[in-house]
Design a protein around this ligand. Structure first.
Ligand code: HAM
Length: 451
């Protein structure tokens, strides 16, 4: 065996046997600080704008997506986690949120609610994609959907809420809006015909994927990244020539509203999106560095989807943002989020009586909003203080046999290494003063009513 092979084998042996599957990842506590912050901003902006939260199941009947997202899309053709359940039903782990929400809108008769119905979600999704940077098999999205009305102002409202969130997260300058109008189904059909006519006879110059797309989903030829396909699509007929007056008016209004709100955009006539349900407005949020590769988010109008899903015609618009990609963008641009998990007080104790007293003390401190831990499982005093150091707490409280007898406790300033005695019944107030009112972790259970 060569040195290299030996090193490789040693490295293999070091790896734990059980690992996350390819494309899946753990969200460790440090990353949760970002996730929690993003979710907080999303919930806050959603509530301000009157959106209500919805969660659809992680598993749905496969038909929800094959019908909703479109049989000829990459998602449905190649990327779905589909299996038969024990009852012989074909089930799929949701690859995106919009089709399930339309299913829920129809199933729960949301047509009867005041329109439009405005919903948002923060959910994991699953796509059997090729794992690579920014591309996972399980990823989180937050998304917003406005169902039941058609007006260009609503498309812009969607885009605006995304921008508000990007701004709150400090990435609005690193994300650019790409926008296009792909018209109504009728004008699109005429355009697709022209597109197919143009590409026929040129098949041999197209990549393998696009040769298939030409039959099944010709619009997708426009956003292929293969060099030859790109050169050919440069000269292809442009949709603008086929856009009806109504489509053009709709697009113009969208742009006027964007201008009104001061949202910068790039008109991108090649933007068609990878899901079949769109009509009129389509848009994407691109990372300024990576562009079309790994878009941070995307969405558009989907006026025809509800009918495809078996409901009444119901116009709708929405978008979703990939949370991992968003966090990556935040980190890349040096955005940090406040850590709410740092422990503030460590309680060390010696002796059975002290341990008993600590139980109540720890509880009181926590109730007052002080993030407190106590090493109740450790009896060695030294070990407890070493642990306090590791947690990097600003203060430790130390309760030994003598202090219990005297009704006192020691407060130790960990950075200065100084300590002093204080009366046991004054310690909670003193700690609250030291930590500062603004740094307390107050939990408000809200106004519940117990019948
Ligand atoms: P989408 O463009 O397929 O749209 O996904 C939205 C975002 O989810 C992407 O821009 C990306 O940030 C993230 N994403 C997608 N796939 C992956 C992946 N494999 N790994 C990491 N992140 C990923 C939709 O899903 C539509 N349902 C959006 C929508 C809502 N349209 C109307 N309403």
């Amino acid at each position: 065996m060569t040195d290299e092979q030996q090193a490789q084998e040693a490295a293999e042996q070091k790896k734990p046997k059980l690992q996350t599957p390819p494309g899946f990842h753990d969200i460790l506590p440090k990353d949760h600080e970002y996730f929690t912050f993003v979710k907080k901003v999303v919930r806050h902006r959603a509530r301000q704008a009157g959106y209500r939260r919805i969660t659809t199941p992680i598993l749905e009947a496969t038909e929800v997506f094959s019908r909703g997202v479109g049989e000829s899309t990459d998602i449905v053709e190649k990327e779905m986690y589909t299996f038969e359940d024990k009852g012989g039903r074909s089930m799929t782990m949701k690859p995106e949120g919009t089709a399930g929400i339309c299913r829920a809108y129809i199933e729960h008769g949301m047509k009867e609610l005041p329109q439009p119905v405005e919903l948002y979600y923060i959910e994991p999704h699953f796509r059997y994609d090729k794992p690579q940077k920014g591309r996972f098999r399980m990823f989180w999205q937050f998304g917003f959907e406005i169902l039941g009305e058609s007006d260009p102002a609503l498309d812009v409202q969607c885009i605006f809420i995304a921008y508000k969130i990007f701004k709150d997260l400090g990435v609005d300058q690193n994300v650019s809006l790409q926008i296009n109008n792909i018209g109504s189904a009728k004008s699109r059909a005429k355009y697709v015909e022209a597109l197919v006519n143009y590409f026929i006879g040129k098949e041999r110059s197209l990549c393998e994927n696009c040769q298939k797309r030409l039959e099944k989903n010709p619009l997708r030829l426009l956003d292929c990244k293969n060099e030859d396909c790109m050169i050919l699509s440069e000269l292809a007929p442009k949709f603008a020539q086929y856009r009806s007056k109504e489509d053009a008016d709709f697009f113009r209004s969208v742009k006027e509203f964007l201008d009104e709100l001061g949202i910068k955009y790039t008109e991108n006539e090649k933007l068609v999106r990878g899901l079949d349900y769109y009509s009129q407005t389509v848009f994407e949020f691109w990372d300024s560095e990576t562009g079309a590769q790994n878009a941070v988010g995307g969405g558009g109008r989907y006026d025809g989807l509800m009918e495809i899903m078996g409901g009444e015609p119901t116009p709708a618009v929405g978008f979703a943002v990939g949370i991992e990609r968003l966090i990556e963008n935040m980190k890349k641009n040096g955005v940090t989020v406040p850590s709410k998990d740092d422990v503030q007080i460590f309680v060390a104790q010696l002796g059975d009586l002290a341990k008993k007293k600590c139980l109540r003390l720890i509880d009181e401190l926590r109730d007052r909003g002080v993030r407190t831990i106590g090493a109740l499982g450790k009896n060695s005093f030294k070990a407890q203080l070493r642990l306090a150091d590791k947690f990097q707490v600003p203060y430790a409280l130390i309760l030994g046999i003598t202090e219990v007898r005297d009704g006192t406790i020691i407060i130790r300033d960990m950075s200065k290494g100084q300590q002093r005695y204080i009366k046991m019944d004054e310690v909670v107030d003193e700690v609250v003063r030291l930590i500062g009112k603004d740094n307390l972790d107050m939990y408000s259970p809200g106004e519940i009513v117990v019948a």
